[in-house]
Ligand binder design. Sequence first.
Ligand SMILES: Nc1nc2c(ncn2[C@@H]2O[C@H](COP(=O)(O)OP(=O)(O)OP(=O)(O)O)[C@@H](O)[C@H]2O)c(=O)[nH]1
Ligand SMILES: [Mg+2]
Length: 223
Amino acid sequence: MRAEYFTGVTYKGSYAHADDCPSSAAIPILAFTGRSNSGKSSLLSSLCRHANLARSSKKAGKTRTLNYFSVPPSSSGGPGLYLVDLPGYGYAALSLKERDQIRQMVDEYLANVKNVKLLIIVLDSRREPGPEENSIRAWCDLHAQPHVFALTKWDKLGNKERSAALKFWNAWGSPFVFVSNQTGYGVEKLLHMARNTVRRPDEILPDVNASTVDDASTQDARS
Ligand SMILES: Nc1nc2c(ncn2[C@@H]2O[C@H](COP(=O)(O)OP(=O)(O)OP(=O)(O)O)[C@@H](O)[C@H]2O)c(=O)[nH]1
Ligand SMILES: [Mg+2]
C-alpha cells in the first residue's frame, strides 16, 4: 500500500503575523521552514501531487508571508489539517533589516502557534546545516517540537555526494529524509511521517516505511 497524498488542497490565505493566522486549535498544522530557495513551496506542492500549488520560483525570496493551505479530511479517516509555507530565511539579496524581519516572523510563528504537529525543516541536500538550522533544532529540542529535516534536490547529487550526505546526516542525530521534488524520490516517506504525526488514535496507516531515518539500503534501492 502507498502513502496517501494530500488531495483536494485549497489555498486558505496569506498572513503577515502569527496573530492573524487561522486560530482553530482543533486543526493540526504541518509547517515548512527553511532557507530561501531550499524548496519549501515545491515540497508542499509535491506532498499534494499538485505542481506549483504553493508557487515555487527560480527567484529566491518568493515566499514572504505565512501561507496557509487547507487539506480536507481524507477518505480513509485522516483528519483535516493545514499546511503552512513559512517565509524563507537567509536570502542574501535582502537587506539585513528585511532578513531580520523574516526571521522574526518565523520565530514569532513557532512561539505562538501551538498546534504544529510536525515542523518540516527544509534544506538543500548539498548544504550542511548553518546557524539558522542549528538554532531551529535547539528550539525544537527545548520545546519538544516534533521535526524532520527534509533534504531536497537529491536529484542534483552524484553518488559520492550522496554517500557523504548520508554519512553526515546519520551522525547529525535528527530525523531526516532525502527528497527530490523533481523525481518524487522520498516524498512518500515524508508523507507517511507527516500523516503519522497527525493520525487519529484509531486510524491505521499503510506500512510504507516504519523507519523515520533514511538508511543506505533505501537510498540504493531507489536511487
Ligand atoms: N532539481 C531540483 N530542483 C528543486 C527541488 N526542489 C526545488 N527545486 C527548485 O528550487 C527552486 C526554489 O524552490 P522553491 O520551492 O521556490 O523554494 P522555497 O524554499 O519555497 O523558496 P522561497 O519561497 O524563496 O523561500 C525552484 O527553481 C525549484 O524548481 C528539487 O528537489 N530538485
Ligand atoms: Mg517559497
